[in-house]
Design a protein around this ligand. Structure first.
Ligand SMILES: [Ca+2]
Length: 236
């Protein structure tokens, strides 16, 4: 929605247009994002721009910054809010008192949360197996901007949000996970959302993924004994 005040005859028409966010974006709280706009007709004012944000679809606005130069860009540290229908409004006021404003055409998301995935399970699981290739499944947590992938890490707790292997998937499944050797393994999994929220503390874990590809001498002895027993029983 655009609003224009009357100007004196002979002045260029004063307009402002929000370029970004203009709807559809998903921005994470705490990150810096660029609000961008363009104007026409700004002639004499040096700091004519006011930026505002709405968390409720444009029903009410609160100021972000006032008396800005008409630079067309403002690096905004997005507040730690959760809003499905946020909007930006840019207001321009010229020295003669003429003003114009514009709002984001559609909703953008501000998402400041990421939660622990549920129901983590593996296949095969908790059984000594000759394969070292696993399938991991879980339940994506509810999320404002939507889960777009997950990090996993074998055996040691992640030390930071990206201390793992990232798999882009909206479906809660990773196939073809290769365990790093024989023995008992654990695995950690934490999700990432479209806004970019990522927190390794919001992880789920599984213990006892068991791999035994190499048979021990003892196992070979047992197998040899069983073969002999079968032969003996067949001869009876
Ligand atoms: Ca989220």
């Amino acid at each position: 929605m655009e609003h224009r005040a009357r100007r004196q005859a002979g002045w260029a028409t004063l307009t402002v247009t929000v370029l970004s966010p203009n709807g559809g974006e998903a921005w994470a709280g705490g990150q810096v994002q660029q609000i961008t706009w363009t104007t026409t007709g700004v002639v004499t004012a040096t700091n004519p721009i006011t930026l505002l944000v709405s968390w409720n679809g444009g029903n009410s606005y609160t100021p972000i910054a006032t008396n800005l130069a008409d630079a067309g860009v403002y690096p905004w540290t997005v507040p730690a809010q959760n809003a499905a229908d946020a909007r930006i409004k840019v207001v321009v006021v010229e020295q003669d008192g003429a003003s114009a404003s514009d709002e984001s055409d559609g909703p953008f998301i501000v998402d400041s949360q990421i939660q622990v995935p549920g129901g983590l399970s593996a296949s095969p699981y908790q059984t000594w197996t000759r394969t070292n290739v696993f399938t991991l499944t879980w339940t994506n947590p509810p999320d404002l901007s939507g889960i777009v992938g997950a990090y996993y890490k074998w055996n040691t707790e992640p030390q930071g949000p990206t201390d793992g292997v990232y798999v882009a998937t909206t479906l809660p499944i990773i196939t073809g996970l290769v365990a790093p050797g024989d023995g008992k393994h654990s695995i950690y999994l934490w999700p990432a959302d479209r806004a970019g929220n990522l927190n390794a503390a919001q992880r789920n874990a599984l213990q006892r993924l068991l791999v035994r590809r190499q048979r021990t001498d003892q196992q070979r002895g047992v197998e040899r004994y069983r073969r002999q027993q079968r032969l003996v029983s067949q001869r009876r």
